[in-house]
Design a protein around this ligand. Structure first.
Ligand code: ADP
Ligand code: MG
Length: 323
């Protein structure tokens, strides 16, 4: 007999992973009951991934479970918030137990690493779609925003950019690659992004603005510039890429993917001059690494310079309803 909705929830999602003390009531009632720590603001973010739009229909379900949580955790990181509670809405074409086992395995592995408890959700039949809503805490008034960058602030990014975009291009071009350490690294970056939670939390009260790079650096830094009413100069040759990217990228992708490729989930932050030493000390103590790539300026819009010459990146950012 096929697995019913309630058995499915019970088997794959109830009493799994973290038990947090601030969860008064978790999965199993009409709503979860959650207790906010005093003095904290609640940060809330939600993201959906649709089969055929955000992932290939035959994608590894463990990676989908990881990534739908990771992209929400990345939004927490960009706010300087400490993640706490998740809810999960699933539309499934059928109750495929091996898919559910792998999906929930990927989800709970990351949830445990980040002290996140799954406290509820919704399950229905439909085209494969996964949605996570994430809730996190940030001390009152100190959430990192997109608005707040000022002329003279330095622009930093964590980790490396372009890896996920290159992995996607390699998957799409469909050439049967031999198993290759660099290709495996890039695919891992696309399928299992690492949310930069520690960096976001450590930069509370230090960064003047922050965003996570989900749509590409040019597009996402553009959001900071617009929200802050400023412009910026980016030294393109300083934008950090991984050794795998440097080896595997085609010549014409060398700058376009780090600038415009999406899905890397690194943080892009701005820091005022008097806090840059402190910011660099903090970021140097984290595993993700960081690079200073440019400066905020008065003149509106983004100027990209490659070795001092104006550089026009191919337009960035995937838009679902764009032309
Ligand atoms: P209701 O009909 O009252 O909305 P449901 O039958 O949808 O309740 O869900 C029963 C319980 O299981 C609720 O506590 C809900 O939060 C939880 N739940 C349902 N689907 C999921 C899921 N995919 N992941 C986690 N919890 C879920
Ligand atoms: Mg329901």
């Amino acid at each position: 007999m096929p697995l019913g909705e309630f058995d499915l929830i019970e088997r794959y999602f109830t009493r799994r992973g973290m038990i947090r003390k601030d969860v008064v009531l978790g999965i199993g009632d009409d709503a979860a009951v959650l207790r906010m720590p005093p003095g904290m603001d609640l940060a809330v973010a939600i993201d959906t991934m649709v089969s055929g739009v955000h992932f290939f229909p035959d994608a590894d379900p463990a990676s989908i479970g990881h990534k739908i949580l990771a992209v929400n955790l990345s939004d927490m990181a960009a706010m300087g918030a400490e993640p706490a509670w998740a809810t999960l809405a699933l539309a499934l074409p059928h109750a495929d137990e091996s898919w559910l086992a792998a999906f929930s395995g990927g989800f709970f592995a990351l949830a445990e690493q980040c002290d996140v408890q799954l406290v509820g959700g919704d399950t229905c039949r439909g085209p494969l779609t996964v949605t996570v809503q994430m809730h996190g805490f940030v001390p009152q008034g100190v959430a990192l925003r997109r608005a707040g960058a000022r002329p003279g602030d330095a622009i930093y990014v964590t980790g490396t950019l372009g890896d996920a975009g290159l992995a996607l291009r390699m998957l799409r071009s469909g050439v049967e690659e031999q198993p290759h350490a660099h290709a495996a690294f890039l695919t891992e970056r696309l399928d299992r992004p690492t949310p930069r939670i520690a960096a976001g939390m450590a930069l509370r009260g230090i960064a003047s603005a922050a965003i996570d790079v989900s749509d590409g650096l040019v597009a996402d830094l553009g959001h900071i510039l617009k929200a802050s009413g400023v412009g910026a100069r980016v030294e393109v040759e300083h934008v950090p890429v991984s050794p795998a990217f440097a080896v595997m990228a085609r010549h014409k992708e060398r700058w376009s993917l780090p600038l415009c490729g999406g899905d890397d989930y690194e943080l892009c932050v701005t820091v005022p001059p008097e806090k840059q030493t402190q910011a660099e000390q903090i970021l140097a103590g984290l595993a993700c690494g960081y690079t200073r790539i440019g400066v905020i300026e008065d003149t509106p819009s983004l100027r990209c310079l490659l070795h001092g010459e104006a550089f026009e990146p191919t337009t960035g950012g995937y838009q679902h309803f764009g032309a």
